[in-house]
Design a protein around this ligand. Sequence first.
Ligand code: HEC
Length: 119
Amino acid sequence: MAGVFSSWVLASPFAHAGDASAGSDVFKSECAECHSVKEGRNKKGPSLFGIVGRAAGTAPDYAYSDALKQAHWNWTADKLHWYLSQPAKQANPGTKMKYDGLSDSKQLEDLITYLSTVH
Ligand code: HEC
C-alpha cells in the first residue's frame, strides 16, 4: 500500500513540492544581489513580491527592457522553471537580466516553491 501511495504522489500534478526554506537560501545566494521579495522594493532587478501569477514586466516603478516589456506571458511555476534554468538572455533575447541560469533542478524547484510563498 505504501508503495502505491508514494507513486501516486510522485505522479500527481500537485507534487510541486519543493522545500521553501531551502529555496529561501537559494534566493539569498543566487538572486538577492539584484532582487528583493519586499513589495515595491526594486533593486537592480524588479521586486519579486507576488511573482508567481504576475504578468511579466509589470512591477510598478521599474524600468524594464523592451524585451521583457514585450514578453506577453504570466509567471507560472512552469514558466519560471523554463526561464531560470537557462541564461536569461537566451530565454528572453535583449533582456537586461544578467543571469546564467540555475542548472541544479532540486535547487530550482525549492526556489520556485519559496517564490510562490511570497505574496
Ligand atoms: C545580476 C542581477 C540579477 C540576478 C543575479 C538575477 N536577476 Fe532577475 N532580473 C534582473 C533584471 C535587471 C531584471 C529585469 C530584466 C529586464 O527588464 O529585461 C530581472 C528580471 C527578473 C524577472 C522578471 C520579473 C518581472 O517583473 O517580469 C524574474 C522572474 C527574475 N528576474 C527572477 C530572478 C531569480 C529568481 C533570480 C535568481 C535565481 C534572478 N532573477 C537573478 C537582474 C538579476
